[in-house]
Structure formats: structure tokens, C-alpha cells
Design a protein. Structure first.
Length: 124
């Protein structure tokens, strides 16, 4: 690998990497499966999203994560559409999960159950 010779060259490399990453980005769904999430049915919601997104031919990754601190609103999940900030939904059952897929993931329409963000990314 060649050495970077200037800050401008480094910025150009970074821009190219970010562009390639954004081209590959798909919808990401994180189902929070800490103790309270599992007790509230998060495993069922996780399985529902994996099955339904595949059946509907929606390119997405579905992962399980730990508790996010919204125990009062479990099961919770975070959905990140390409190029947008993540949105957290609470009290998700199969009916709401279907609505999230049809309205938010497909069309970008917010649905009931959005929880306020209690965290920020390192860049904010």
C-alpha cells in the first residue's frame, strides 16, 4: 500500500470508501433481546422479521442485540434505512411489526410506537 501524501488525498480516499459503503447499505433491523426483551416476546419478533423480509424480497439484515434500556416498552427494535438516522420502535407485536415493514421500511412513513433516542453516536 502506498503512503498517503496529503490531507486532501486522505479526504479523497475517505470519500471513496464512504461512497462504496453507502452503495452497499441495506435496511438494518436490530431486535433488542436482553432479558426483558426475551421475556416480552422479542424472539418471536426477531423470527417474524427474518421470515417476512425474506418473503417480501426486501434486502435487509436482521440482528439481535442486548438491552437498550427501554424495558418498559419491550419488545423494542431499531430500524435504520439507508442514509437515514435509526428509529427505535417499542411495544412491537406481530401486527405492529407488519405495519413497520409495510409503512416504514418500504415507504419511509413513521408509524405509532417511535421511542425518543436516549443515545447519540460518537459523531454527534
Amino acid at each position: 500500500m502506498n503512503a498517503v501524501k496529503s490531507p486532501e488525498e486522505l479526504k479523497s480516499i475517505k470519500a471513496g470508501i464512504l461512497k462504496r459503503m453507502n452503495e452497499k447499505e441495506t435496511v438494518r433491523v436490530k431486535v433488542h433481546m436482553g432479558t426483558s426483551g426475551l421475556a416480552s416476546g422479542a424472539r418471536e419478533i426477531y423470527d417474524f422479521f427474518r421470515l417476512e423480509l425474506e418473503k417480501r424480497n426486501i434486502q435487509a439484515s436482521v440482528t439481535s442485540t442486548g438491552d437498550m434500556g427501554y424495558s418498559f416498552a419491550e419488545p423494542t427494535l431499531e430500524v435504520k434505512r439507508p442514509g437515514e438516522d435509526p428509529v427505535v420502535f417499542g411495544n412491537v407485536d406481530k401486527l405492529r411489526a407488519d405495519e413497520i415493514i409495510e409503512k416504514y421500511i418500504k415507504n419511509g412513513e413513521l408509524v405509532d410506537g417511535v421511542l425518543p433516542a436516549n443515545y447519540r453516536t460518537i459523531n454527534q
